[in-house]
Design a protein around this ligand. Structure first.
Ligand SMILES: NC(=O)c1ccc[n+]([C@@H]2O[C@H](COP(=O)([O-])OP(=O)(O)OC[C@H]3O[C@@H](n4cnc5c(N)ncnc54)[C@H](OP(=O)(O)O)[C@@H]3O)[C@@H](O)[C@H]2O)c1
Length: 222
């Protein structure tokens, strides 16, 4: 089966850059999206050098989303809704994987979810034609960007469309991680909150390799 092309909107940044590198190394075509296409192209060139291939290209956010089968959104919470609105036409009937965590700068180690409850669930409400899947809130860019590092934590995957969630769980497996369907999109609130819990643990124990593992699930192939 042909591998899907994946756009990473915000792929010039930390989390998106880490995911894009892992995707390219796993053989996926990746389009880095940016508000500034020249910046996207420069990051794409650097990722091609890092991964020893030519699978990564760069474009403005709208073009990147239009060129992709699956779109990953990795921009700060402050820009999440506006960025999604800007690319909405290209997202219809596609899967949008949203990694947003609505951290509050005054204390990122304290759970402070927005009034809507979950940043990602609110995006699904704003984009009814798009299959929004929540993932990657609880893995750090430090681990993702080190392409040779085995990632020891699991990925919670939430969404209302089971097929879309299963597609992303397979994608996560192709990146060498374990993804678990963790329920409807509203459950993303828990993944978003757990990021602050992880930050608090990392601060306390002075170790930024922290993560969560799901135990007790039988008969899952990864
Ligand atoms: N970093 C992590 O370890 C981590 C872990 C879990 C989840 N997350 C989540 O992943 C998302 C990205 O995090 P990050 O650390 O990668 O962020 P980042 O590096 O600060 O930003 C990512 C990219 O977003 C774009 N951007 C910045 N401000 C924007 C705005 N106001 N509006 C639209 N686009 C903007 C920029 O791209 P251009 O200038 O090229 O457009 C930037 O390179 C966040 O929602 C974060 O909560 C991050």
């Amino acid at each position: 089966m042909t591998k899907p092309t994946i756009a990473v909107i915000g792929g010039t940044g930390q989390q998106g850059g880490g995911l894009a590198g892992r995707l390219a190394r796993a053989g996926f075509r990746v389009v880095i999206g940016s508000r500034n296409p020249a910046k996207a192209e420069a990051v794409a060139d650097a990722l091609n050098v890092k991964t020893g291939g030519s699978l990564v290209t760069g474009a403005d956010n709208k073009t990147a989303a239009a060129q992709a089968d699956i779109v990953i959104l990795t921009v700060p919470f402050a820009g999440q809704q506006e960025t999604a609105r800007e690319i909405a036409a290209a997202l219809a009937n596609k899967i949008l994987v949203d990694a947003t965590v609505p951290l509050v700068a005054s204390d990122i180690g304290k759970v402070q979810l927005p009034n809507a409850g979950s940043a990602v669930a609110a995006l699904q409400t704003a984009l009814p034609q798009t299959k929004v899947v929540s993932a990657f809130q609880n893995v750090s860019h430090v681990q993702l960007q080190d392409l040779d590092r085995e990632i020891g934590c699991d990925i919670l995957v939430c969404g209302n469309d089971d097929d879309a969630c299963n597609t992303i769980i397979e994608l996560i497996a192709a990146l060498g991680m374990r993804g678990y369907h963790a329920g409807p999109i509203e459950n993303s609130a828990a993944a978003e909150a757990l990021t602050s819990v992880l930050i608090a643990i990392s601060r306390k124990y002075k170790n930024w390799d922290t993560g969560f593992r799901i135990t007790g699930v039988k008969d899952v192939e990864h």
